[in-house]
Design a protein around this ligand. Sequence first.
Ligand code: AMP
Ligand code: MG
Length: 485
Amino acid sequence: MSYLSLPESFFSRVAPTPVSEPKMIRLNEALAAKLGLSLDELKSPDGLSVLAGNKRFDGFEPFAMAYAGHQFGNWVPALGDGRAIQIGAVLDSEGNETSIQLKGAGPTPYSRQGDGRAAIGPVLREYILSEAMFSLGVPTTRALAAVTTGEAVYRDRPERGAILTRVAAGFVRVGTFEYFSARGQVDSVKALAEYVIVSRYPGLMDSPHPFRSLLGVVVESQADLIARWMHLGFIHGVMNTDNMSVMGETIDYGPCAFLDEYNPSKVFSSIDRFGRYAFQQQPNIGLWNLTRFAESLLPLLGENEDEAVEVAQSILGEFEGHFRSFYDAGMSKKLGLSSSNDQSRSLSSDLLELMGEASSDYTLTFRYLSSVLREGSVSSHRFRGLFKDPSGIESWLGRWQEVLRAEGVSDEVRSDRMLNVNPLFIPRNHRVQQVIDRFVEQDDLGPLESMLSVLSSPFVESARNMAYADPPEPSEVVRQTFCGT
Ligand code: AMP
Ligand code: MG
């Protein structure tokens, strides 16, 4: 179903603004193939023109979407795609509807004071981070291409302009529902809900209460998504309701980052001064955003307001349980345990507490844990080296091994399982920054290519790539990340 079949108030027909001298930085060939796009065409001068916004995909009318949102808890009635323009829609090789959007394609009627453009740094950042998330198994928008525009964009200083082509199951956000709900346009909320059901959750069309089911499935998929972020130490950074997709995908990579040292209250984003979107806050904020979603759907959830509120509360009430079970199951797997129960929960929370005290590296702690089963191995030394106080971690290891023994799975099988869920390679902030700097300062794409290649197999150890696994040296630590808009 095309978004353009919805009423005119949902979008603005607007074409990208042409740029003077587009150049390809990178085309994601594997993704292009999955989308059924012709590589020859995308690599041709015409393809570059499409990815730069200078030319249209045949037969597609480009548009920007209207939405609103709660930003850091404050209501903003009109946001919308201020610098993103949808340029296509395809069915991928699995038959899933996929929307293609240019980010940084020039002003739209929703640009407010903005220039509609993007700078090279944030474009490369989103490319790297979103593709890394995909390889880590997290639902996400993906990066199809990045180009430079040949034009400067002005932020704190002039920077090179760039455009990211990103693809998603759809770009409908919680804030899209809020936009119509706040205007009292119940028919539009209904049309939008129907659009999301048909295009993303067609199985719900047969439900006796499709809109209740929609709320239910969005609640569950967000619980799953945020649990996956927590397993990997990912901090989104700007979980405003306009940056939460109802399609169940991670979207709008701004000042997001992966934890190096474990610190549950960690914040990277320069604009998150009060820690609203700190690491451990993410499940609570997810529920807060879903509550805004449920409020927007209220007129569709019951015969009268009392019934609708009761239904909404009951479905929202399931979030906590969903999140707990996704989170606990994933943490059990990280520990190599076959089931999730009180014992695994206390092992996981006690380990996190020791990690917090030691500020141990989040990724490497879990990665090296399996090697403790092979006494004397290098990684087993490394694991112990991550903790300052040996007695605490030794006593935890004793408890853990006792549970493992009781489960009776061979060490080899268990170790394999653990290495398949605990990545060695994540997009470390300092590395991402180095890759961006190298391209910006020396036009050198080598480091970007190497990094993308390493991150495409995050669970596979390779002696050549070990430098990518290293946490930052003290002088390399990135303390803050920026939206760069
Ligand atoms: P974000 O914080 O990136 O999710 O953006 C919040 C809102 O600001 C969205 O409506 C964006 O489309 C808009 N926006 C961000 N940067 C720009 C820009 N350079 N030009 C126009 N709109 C922008
Ligand atoms: Mg956004």
